[in-house]
Design a protein around this ligand. Structure first.
Ligand SMILES: [Zn+2]
Length: 584
């Protein structure tokens, strides 16, 4: 009997771009030697300590065609339901591939992208691109010493690598779907939260993830309260997945039952369609985890076919996060951390989303330093029409190539130009129908300093969870979002260790408020919720469901409705609860 007859779904695991085991692979296919990547020094990069795994080149046509043969085998012979592309990354400098194919393709990419002499002159200062080479690094110019990336060729090299990786994933994914559209496609880019994923992984989520259905996270940010009180979560990863139409495969086996529950709670609140990897290797599921699993199954209708009801959008912009290895990442991480802990539901958005911001009351630009003129116009139009804007630090100080602008691009709507005179205080202004707050700096509580600053730093700087403390001026950020938002729909009064996710369903018409208590030591009693009723709708009933109660029963609770606002109180929150608000 095959797996397929048992109705157990089967997934196939593929390395593809990840690595090739040359000891056996070369016996099968001597040509594979040509498919390995070679770095600037002619060295074949290996998979870390596993020197017997070569890193392949993403631009070798014969290798990509070979992978397609494997995909075909997995679909037609194994009859897999899912194909997972593991380690789908390009290695960071100084291990980028400099093989003749990559070098030639890079030059062709530049010629196509800048077809006219004028465009080439503006970008590089010269017209003939035949002699451009990928950037190289050495002891005196280590890649991890770059806090910002100004060099046009290096910027283009990053773009080229991102495009090469996305193209390979798109190609494989299309190939899978042509053979069988019911086979799901998963990928593991595993970008470091708080790190420059374009530079370090060759991947930019909105260009990669939408080609597939699911991606993995293996980040070490298992939800918990750190010993110093900081809240660690994978919420930012889940938000990125939402913005790219993906679900996330994640581990949900913690150190003990409660931490496993917390991990599953995160999935229920922030992930789509996936509870996570139950158990581990070997799979062990205790009765407490079973309680959560059965709750998830029983109430599945609240976890699928939902959409975000967030009214705040945080822009993660390509140029600002790919041509900067430090300050822009710190700012966006700290702003998102503030929104998470202040329970202000938000969506992560990417550059393309700027074209339609109509569903948001507030756009957050946390040190989005590099914006094109077109992007500035979109933002200006949004505010003019009544959208709120909160901008911080060097937002709009540079253009999309990170060339400094003589004036901040959004100086006219900030009501101040920090390029002309130093700005130390927060500025509030009104532009058209919208409100604007400019905050000169998000002040970290813990400045990332453990890496020796300067040219001799020995590794890449990443704003990892050691630095996810609320910034010193977090209340100022919250006030700014509230003021520019003018009547945000949801207010949840709870400790800073409780998070809230706000979602809606159309049929039947419902609002869903997920609450998670990250502080496993203390149950939270009495959480007051104020909710603005959506236009043209009234709240009919409110029920609280939680897997922490043995009864697993749906508890209808009283509420007060007044002037389009509804107030209710959640009696207790141990780890996870969902409020189901039926509308009519
Ligand atoms: Zn190559």
């Amino acid at each position: 009997m095959s797996f397929n007859e048992t109705h157990i779904r089967v997934g196939a695991y593929l390395q593809s771009i990840g690595s090739m085991m040359y000891e056996t692979f070369l016996q099968e296919n001597p040509k594979a030697k040509m498919w390995a990547s070679v770095n600037q020094d002619g060295f074949i990069p290996r998979y870390g300590q596993q020197y017997f795994r070569w890193v392949p080149c993403v631009n070798q046509e014969d290798y990509l065609a070979y992978i397609e043969k494997i995909i075909k085998y997995a679909i037609e012979y194994v009859k897999t339901d899912l194909i997972h592309f593991d380690n789908f990354i390009l290695w960071p400098e100084p291990y980028s591939c400099h093989c003749p194919v990559c070098r030639e393709k890079f030059r062709q990419y530049l010629k196509d992208k800048y077809p006219t002499p004028e465009a080439r002159k503006e970008r590089f200062g010269f017209i003939n691109l035949d002699f451009i080479e990928p950037p190289v690094f050495d002891l005196f110019n280590p890649p991890w010493a770059l806090d910002v990336i100004r060099d046009p060729v290096l910027q283009e090299w990053i773009d080229f690598r991102v495009k090469s990786l996305s193209n390979a994933y798109m190609r494989f994914s299309n190939y899978v779907r042509n053979l069988n559209p019911n086979v799901a496609v998963a990928v593991n880019l595993n970008p470091p939260p708080g790190g420059n994923s374009a530079f370090l992984r060759g991947g930019w989520p909105p260009l990669l993830y939408p080609h597939g259905d699911v991606h993995w996270t293996e980040e070490p940010d298992h939800p918990r309260i750190g010993e110093d009180g900081r809240l660690i979560s994978r919420i930012q990863t889940f938000k990125i997945a939402q913005a790219t139409g993906n679900a996330v495969f994640c581990y949900v086996r913690g150190e003990n039952s409660d931490s496993s529950k917390l991990m599953m709670a995160e999935s229920m609140a922030y992930n789509s369609y996936v509870l996570g990897m139950i158990g581990g290797v070997p799979p062990i599921v205790d009765q407490y985890m079973e309680q959560y699993i059965s709750f998830y199954k029983k109430n599945k209708e609240y976890f699928v076919n939902t959409e975000s009801a967030a009214e705040v959008a945080v822009l993660r912009s390509y140029a600002s996060l790919s041509y900067n290895n430090y300050s822009t990442h710190l700012s966006v991480i700290l702003f998102e951390q503030t929104l998470i802990q202040a329970r202000m539901p938000f969506d992560v958005i990417f550059d393309d989303h700027l074209k339609d911001l109509s569903k948001y009351k507030v756009l957050v630009l946390a040190n989005v330093e590099s914006l094109s003129n077109e992007q500035l116009d979109l933002i200006r139009d949004y505010v003019k029409a009544g959208g709120g804007l909160v901008a911080t630090d060097e937002t709009s100080a540079y253009d999309q190539w990170r060339r400094r602008r003589p004036s901040y691009g959004l100086a006219d709507i900030f009501g101040i130009d920090p390029a002309k005179a130093p700005c130390e205080k927060t500025v509030r202004s009104v532009y058209g129908k919208g409100r604007v707050v400019y905050i000169p700096k998000i002040i970290p509580s813990v400045e990332p300093r453990d890496d020796v600053d300067g040219r001799w730093r020995m590794r890449y700087r990443i704003i990892d969870n050691r630095y996810w403390h609320l910034p010193k001026n977090w209340k100022e950020l919250v006030d700014a979002v509230e003021w520019t938002g003018q009547d945000l729909s949801l207010k949840v009064e709870a400790p800073l260790t409780v998070t809230a996710e706000f979602r809606r369903q159309e049929q039947p018409s419902r609002l869903l408020i997920h609450l998670i208590n990250y502080n496993l030591k203390n149950q939270v009693d009495y959480i007051n919720v104020t909710l603005r009723e959506p236009k043209g709708k009234r709240v009919e009933t409110i029920a609280i469901l939680s897997p922490d109660d043995d009864a697993e029963k749906e508890e209808k609770i009283p509420f007060i409705a007044q002037k389009g606002e509804v107030k209710f109180r959640i009696p207790k929150l141990k780890i996870y609860a969902i409020s189901v608000i039926e509308l009519r």
